[in-house]
Each structure stands twice: as C-alpha cells, then as structure tokens.
Design a protein around this ligand. Sequence first.
Ligand code: G3P
Ligand code: MG
Length: 231
Amino acid sequence: MLQLPKVIGHRGAAAYALENTLESFREARRRGASWVEIDVKLTADNVPILMHDASLKRTMGVDRLVAETRAADLPKDVPTFEAAIDCFRELGLGCNVEIKPCEGREVETARLTVETLRRCWPASLPPPLLSSFKDASLATARDGAPQFARAILIDELADDWRRRAEAVGAMGVNTSGKKLTAPRAVEVREAGYALSVYTINNAAVARALVGMGVQCIITDAPDIIIAALNS
Ligand code: G3P
Ligand code: MG
C-alpha cells in the first residue's frame, strides 16, 4: 500500500500565501505540513513550471497564456519545477506532483516532468507521488519513470474508476472530498488503493472523511487540518 502523509498542503498553503510559489511552500512548512501538492505545466519553450491555470492572469495579474510564454518572460514569482524541487530539498518537504498539461500537451508535459524528477529529485526526500486528471499523462509517466507512484485524479468517482487506475498502473485515487460517498470510499480502500481527497479546509469535514477511510487530506490550510486530525 502506498504510504502518504495524513495531510498535504494544496498548492503549498494556498489559504495563506500565493499558490504554487516558494513562499507558499515555506508557509506550508511553517504551518506543519510535511508534503505539498503542486501543479506542473510547460512554458512555450518546454520548461516545466508551477501554475494551475492556463493563463497567468488570476494569480500573477498578467493576461497571457502559459503555453505562449517563454520561461525567461514569466513573472518572477512563478517558480520553475527545478526551483521548487530545490526548495523542497531545503525544507524537507515531500510532494504530490500534479501533471496539469495545457490543452494538447499531455504527453510532453508528463515526459518533461518525469525527466526533471529523475534528474533532480533528492534522495533525502520521500519519493514523489504523481497525479493527473489526464490518463495520457499518467501513462507517459508510467512508461518514463515507473518507479514513481501514480494516482488517478477524478473529480467524482464513477463505475469506471478502477479500469482507469489499472490502465495507468496507479496505486492511489485522488478525488473531490465534497463528492466522495461512503460506498465509493469503501470500494477504493478494499481494492487496495490509497485514497486522498481535495480540497478540504474544514476540520469536521476532514475528520468525517478520515472516518470513511480516507488516508490523506489535501488542504489549503494544513495547520487547521493537522490540528483537527490530531485532536
Ligand atoms: O491534486 C488535487 C487538486 O489540486 C486537483 O484539482 O484543480 O486544484 O488542481 P486542482
Ligand atoms: Mg492541483
């Protein structure tokens, strides 16, 4: 069974700092997280960087698509994936690397993400968990670096979840905590998969999900969820 922490900081500690930035990872660490989740995309010149949206507008105030921006032209607060890994080494943080390709770049994004991991991931850290909503990205990750565990990302579990997980050799299922039902949670756990949920920022909801068999809560507010699960 895949070993995961009870709590992962979503995009760092997105409730307290600008998401997917080095400051957000430092904040997650200060608030007790041992792992963070990040979103990896490619720039126009094929550099893996951290950004959730297709556009830089919401987080950086720049009305431009990531896929049309060269790495050298990114706002300074957008880290490259390599810079983020250096930061994790310094802070001792594990990572759930979500492969979040821009439209049509599923294979290339996964290929360069695992190439970076193979080259840069520190032996001092626990191995990363790769996840994606895109099966083509997970299949590419499996073929390029089978040693890194994978989780399928599904917003709402349906009857085909297990077929999808088996097709990409996943060991985990990451799904929306707000949509997860108790029977689906039992099904996933009994099938031997690690079960993680996003994005849960409420203490009582987190406790209820753990009671349903969820192993890991992905949250914007790691301090609140860590305190809830330890009380
Ligand atoms: O990886 C969990 C979660 O981050 C998936 O959704 O849209 O926040 O990347 P999103
Ligand atoms: Mg994500």
